[in-house]
Every structure is written in C-alpha cells, then in structure tokens.
Design a protein around this ligand. Structure first.
Ligand code: NAD
Length: 367
C-alpha cells in the first residue's frame, strides 16, 4: 500500500472533490501537534503486525508497549520497536499495566471472543481502549464493554479505519446531506476466496469468532449502509449461502446475503463470503450515484459519482485512524459517537438480527 504522510495528505485533499468538507477535521491537529498518545498493542498477529508498521506514518501515536502470550514475539517486537522490558506484558500479568505511566491506551487486536475481556481489563486498569472489529460476539457484550469504560472514565474507540478514509468520508457527506437527493438503494459486499483457510483458523471456530464472514467482513457492509444514510435499519432479512466445504464450515457460515430496510425507504443489500472475492459499493440516489471498487479493503480505492471521478489520495488507513482517535483523547475531548463504542454496539445489534433472520427465515424487526 502506498502511504502518504499527514502533511502530504492535506495538500492532496486540497485538490480533491469535496475537500472543504474534509479539511476541517484535520486542521485542528495543529493545537496538539507535539503530543503523543502512547499505545500498547494487545495481540501480535497479522493485523497487530500491520498496525505496528503504521506508527511510522502517525503524527500523534507512539507504540510503547505490547501484550502477548508468545515470548519469541515479545523478543522480536522489543528489538524492532525499541520497547523496554517493563512495557511488555502477557495475558496473566496484563492487569499490572495499571501502574505503567508509559501506556495511555490498549489496542485490542485479539480474536473476537477475547475483545470483551481485554477491553474490560484495560478499562479497569485505567487505560483508554481501541477495540478491533467486530466489537464483540454480540450486542450484549458490547454494552458491558461500554459500561465498563464509562465506569472507569476511559474512552472506548472502535478500529473502524474507514471513518478516517477520504472516499468514505465523502460517501458519508453525500449520503447524509442528501447532496445527490435521497439514497434509495445501496449494494455493498465484501468477500474473499479463501479456500486455503486452515481448518484450525480461529475464524472457523464459533466460540472464538462468533460467526463466519458476516462477523469478519460483513460488519463493514452494515457500517457502510448505516453511515451512508445516517439512519438505523428498521428491519432485516437474510439467507445463509450453501456450504460447499463441510470439512471447514462445521460451526460458522461460509457465505451470507442480507437486506436492511430503513425508515426513509432505502434498502441496502449485501453479501459476505469466504468463497467469492468481491469488494464493491454502489449507492443509487434520486439524482445520481456513488460507486467505489475496491471499496472496503485496504485499497487503493477507486471511486466516482455521476458528477465525476473521486479525486482523493491513498492514505495509510491505520495511521489516519489512530491519529483520528488520538486527537480527541489527547485533548481530553469525548470521542464522537460514530467512532466510539456505541457505534460498535449499533452494528452488533444489526448483526445479531441478521443471524436471527438467516436462522429463522423470517424478517426481523429492529424497532
Ligand atoms: P490473528 O490470528 O492473525 O492474530 C490473533 C492474535 O491473537 C495472535 O497473535 C494470537 O497469538 C493471539 N491469540 C491469543 N489467544 C488466542 C487464541 N485463543 N486463539 C487464537 N489466537 C489467539 O488475527 P488477526 O487477523 O490479527 O485479527 C485480530 C482481530 O483484528 C480480529 O478481531 C479481526 O477481526 C481484526 N482485524 C481487523 C482488520 C481491520 O482492517 N480493521 C483487519 C484484520 C483483522
């Protein structure tokens, strides 16, 4: 992925469509440019590693600690990122992080079933939290996480990188402000052909993942439908796809398709799959359209509307996300709802309903 520094990013956005709407979000960075939010990554797997490499493009975040159950990873990360021994934790001694002044925030990048426990333990240790998607196994768990953070007076953010990405910020602006009129139909899907997934992968174990591609990929589509319209769905219908590899899909779905209906009359249809590669977004509005493909992955995104090509730069999504969160925490300001725990709760409510609809074959009301 091609990265742009924050400075370069602002310059490029100045040339792009809808730049005026996006610039103010970033211009307030100047007031705390020299401050750093000290972050410990909890879970040094694939995505934890990708995040660690993103700090180089971050202006306001510093990797100062790690939490891992694997001593060999700890050694590697300590050397690579200059992390001192006193900032290295395992899952047993993690709670003693309460005494560590070098760590402001714990970024939970563990299998989904562990998100709740580590969010709550971090909150009880007085640390702010970023938790990866999907926020937890279900909406009830999300509520417990939100309550724990509130009780311990720490902030809870979601790892929703697309909220900081200029094409998606433009989608939110066009959709929510009805710039192209009312959006009536959205089609957004994300899938990967991963026939070679190991049968031991935690994504296939319901107790660890909570479900299949809906949990892992579909959460982005639920998000896109909700943030395009700025509305909550009022009902969902859903269908599981066929199981073509029964040796792998004993516990979770292999693919799923669902439909969300909104009070405005808009409909959003989506599929998520471990069988078919798809990564695209299309919104049909009264007076035009928005199209993005690739749309949800790490990009580079290509987008257009009926008014022309979307002219936004490729950014480091992970660095932009961490800086976007840090800007509020460093200024001691509450995170806006759309990037805070409540957003993950709203998505999980919809996901719970989608699973219920697919299992029962009935429309599920969210009113
Ligand atoms: P991964 O399997 O590569 O890493 C998981 C980490 O958790 C590993 O370091 C593993 O050692 C550790 N772990 C601790 N206990 C474990 C257990 N009981 N079983 C399995 N692993 C255990 O997974 P990942 O792809 O890094 O995903 C981690 C989280 O990040 C997930 O919630 C995933 O949805 C999310 N994620 C987000 C994005 C994004 O773009 N925002 C991308 C990928 C993954």
């Amino acid at each position: 992925m091609k990265n742009l520094s924050r400075r370069k990013f602002v310059t490029h956005v100045g040339l792009g469509m809808g730049a005026a709407a996006i610039l103010p979000t970033f211009s307030s960075f100047s007031s705390f440019q020299n401050k750093k939010l000290n972050i410990a990554i909890c879970g040094l797997g694939r995505y934890g590693s990708l995040l660690s490499r993103s700090f180089v493009d971050s202006e306001n975040c510093k990797l100062t600690g790690i939490i891992t159950g694997t001593p060999s990873k700890a050694e590697k990360w300590k050397k690579e990122y200059g992390i001192p021994d006193k900032n290295v934790y395992n899952y047993q001694n993690f709670d003693s992080i309460v005494n560590n002044k070098d760590i402001d925030l714990v970024y939970v990048v563990l299998p989904n079933s562990m998100h709740k426990e580590y969010t709550i333990r971090a909150a009880e240790a007085g640390k702010h939290v970023i938790v990866e998607k999907p926020m937890a196994l279900n909406a009830l768990e999300c509520k417990e996480m939100i309550d724990a953070c509130k009780k311990n007076q720490v902030q809870l953010a979601l790892g929703y990188r697309l909220h900081y990405e200029p094409h998606h910020q433009q989608i939110m602006r066009l959709g929510q402000n009805k710039i192209l009129g009312q959006i009536r139909l959205i089609e957004v899907s994300l899938g990967y052909n991963i026939d070679n997934i190991s049968p031991d992968d935690w994504h296939l174990k319901k107790s660890l993942s909570g479900g299949g591609p809906l949990m892992n990929l579909g959460v982005y589509c639920v998000q896109a439908g909700r943030y395009t319209l700025g509305e909550e769905p009022i009902s969902v219908t859903a269908q599981f796809g066929p199981i073509t590899k029964p040796e792998l899909y004993k516990e979770v779905e292999e693919s799923i398709t669902w439909q969300m209906e909104f009070a405005s009359g808009a409909v959003c249809t989506s599929s998520s799959s471990n069988r078919s590669s798809i990564d695209r977004y299309y919104a049909s509005a009264e007076k035009g359209f928005i199209e993005l493909s690739p749309a949800v992955s790490y990009g580079p995104f290509v987008g257009r509307t009926n008014q022309g090509k979307m002219n936004f730069p490729v950014i480091n999504q992970q660095a932009a996300q961490m800086d976007g969160i840090a800007k509020f925490i460093l200024q001691n300001k509450p995170l806006p709802d759309h990037i805070a725990g409540i957003e993950g709760f709203k998505d999980m409510k919809v996901i719970d309903a989608i699973y219920q609809a697919a299992t029962t074959g009935k429309k599920v009301s969210l009113l």
